[in-house]
Design a protein around this ligand. Structure first.
Ligand SMILES: [Zn+2]
Ligand SMILES: [Zn+2]
Length: 138
């Protein structure tokens, strides 16, 4: 275990792994995520700027949730992010369908899937024997 400064609030905390953010900020981000999720559900056609304004959250943060596929938008939603490889507009995740296919091929050839490469998730599963269920459905 090491002591690090939280990237958000600068407080010292015991750093284990994953994002360099203290428990307080992690909790605050999680509450914010629930708020945004509710807002998106209630306002299916809201633009990302609107979401940021209404929920008082950074656009970067919203995009990160989209990339993590935690935040999913309906087909009516104008919210789009860019594929990290070709820049095509996509709704969720990191890559468009064709790039996803390409990377899936590339990764399975290497014997690993991208969603199994998150050490945080693996660790949580390892410790509790269940896959962070409480994280999303609060
Ligand atoms: Zn903090
Ligand atoms: Zn692409």
């Amino acid at each position: 275990m090491e002591i690090k400064n939280c990237r958000k609030c600068g407080r010292m905390f015991n750093y284990l792994m994953g994002p360099q953010i203290c428990d307080n900020c992690k909790k605050a981000a999680e509450e914010k995520f629930q708020e945004v999720k509710e807002f998106v559900r209630a306002n299916k056609t809201a633009h990302i700027q609107e979401i940021c304004r209404e929920c008082d959250v950074e656009q970067k943060q919203v995009q990160q949730w989209i990339r993590e596929e935690r935040l999913v938008f309906s087909d009516d939603s104008p919210v789009m992010i860019n594929c990290e490889i070709c820049g095509k507009q996509i709704r969720t995740g990191r890559y468009c369908d064709s790039c996803k296919k390409d990377t899936a091929n590339a990764v399975s050839a290497a014997g690993r899937r991208p969603d199994q490469m998150n050490p945080g998730a693996n660790n949580a599963r390892h410790q509790s024997g269940n896959r962070m269920h409480t994280f999303n459905d609060k």
